[in-house]
Design a protein around this ligand. Structure first.
Ligand code: PLP
Length: 335
């Protein structure tokens, strides 16, 4: 795997830490749990989108773009980080917000929504669930062009093959650290949403012949649909890398921790967020990593992740959204 072939901007100065979580492991009385701290990537607030944007923004700049356009949910970390990358590069940024849960967009909301304003978003447009988001973004790009400017459209989550290269790079970084730190892992656990992170890690591990399985924990879609999405993108990413395609049966997307739907709190998410904060001082988020960690905890408690395993949880960030969920996350709050 030769990632240096692809133009890249650098937004994180060093590898993100790979650390054991001894107090969480002891509390669960089971597997040894480690964490890859991709909540500590660069750009405002960090998170997984930073790695994808290193490749996507390099492409935007190569194409002479002066404006980034992307789409996400009302508390989108991806929108925050795309906007942050635009600020870093001196580009403008326009956001399309998909109101996935009707009635949930509040322009005055805290969390990421507040940061859109603080970071100087040029335009926020809201679309209802079911809208043709690709067509909406093309219309926004046409408006930018009509102003004599040039837009670059980034898909939701930065999840195309170019963006997923960021997570092939993370897979490479993880394997190097695993070797350096003398810690061999039995599996990776990661939140699976727009699929770019999961697909990129899979494609990267496959390209490295790492023999390290990945368990995705869904945040939105049913298992079969998500596995199809991840596999399709992993195959495209592998093709871009010139690596063999990951087999279909390497794609595992568990849907037992989605609860009532995307971004809707669950008791197990609240428990996971509170445990990681109180035991390890690590902030998860309510929409992605809280549910993914709830999955890891659930699998450890049921014995599905055996007590002798050493597991690595890929922390994909998202803490700014905590401030939009304070009511359910405080001790005694109701999910
Ligand atoms: C904090 C966080 N974790 C995980 C994900 C899921 O990553 P992906 O969309 O690449 O599947 C997202 C996506 O927005 C996210 O913001």
């Amino acid at each position: 795997m030769n990632l240096a072939r692809f133009p890249r901007r650098r937004y994180t100065p060093a590898p993100t830490p790979l650390q054991p979580l001894p107090r969480l492991s002891a509390a669960l009385g089971g597997p040894e749990i480690w964490i890859k701290r991709d909540d500590l990537t660069g750009l405002t607030g960090g998170g997984n989108k930073t790695r994808k944007l290193e490749f996507l923004v390099a492409d935007a700049l190569a194409q002479g773009a002066d404006t980034l356009i992307t789409v996400g949910a009302p508390q989108s970390n991806h929108c925050r980080l795309t906007l942050a990358a635009a600020v870093r590069e001196g580009l403008a940024c326009r956001l399309l917000i998909e109101e996935r849960v009707p009635g949930t967009y509040d322009p005055q909301a805290s969390g990421n929504n507040f940061l859109f304003d603080l970071l100087g978003v040029e335009q926020v447009r809201v679309a209802p669930l079911g809208a043709d988001l690709g067509a909406e973004m093309q219309a926004m790009a046409a408006e930018v062009a009509a102003e004599g400017r040039r837009a670059y459209v980034i898909p939701g989550g930065g999840s195309n093959a170019l963006g997923a290269l960021g997570y092939a790079a993370c897979a490479q970084e993880l394997m190097a650290q695993s070797f350096e730190q003398g810690a061999a892992f039995s599996r990776v656990v990661v939140a699976s949403g727009s699929a770019g992170t999961h697909a990129g890690v899979l494609a990267g591990l496959q390209a490295l012949s790492a023999g390290l399985p990945v368990t995705g924990v869904n945040v939105r879609r049913p298992r079969a649909e998500q596995e199809g999405n991840v596999h399709r993108l992993a195959v495209e990413t592998a093709a871009l890398l010139g690596a063999p395609p990951p087999p279909r049966d390497a794609v595992v997307c568990r849907d037992e921790w989605v609860g009532g739907g995307y971004s809707i709190p669950t008791d197990s998410m609240v428990e996971a967020v509170r445990m990681l904060a109180a035991l390890e001082g690590v902030l998860l988020d309510p929409v992605y990593t809280g549910k993914a960690m709830a999955g890891l905890i659930g699998m450890a408690r049921s014995g599905e992740i055996a007590s002798g395993e050493r597991v690595v949880f890929l922390h994909t960030g998202g803490w700014p959204a905590l401030f939009a969920y304070e009511g359910v996350l405080r001790a005694g709050g109701a999910a």
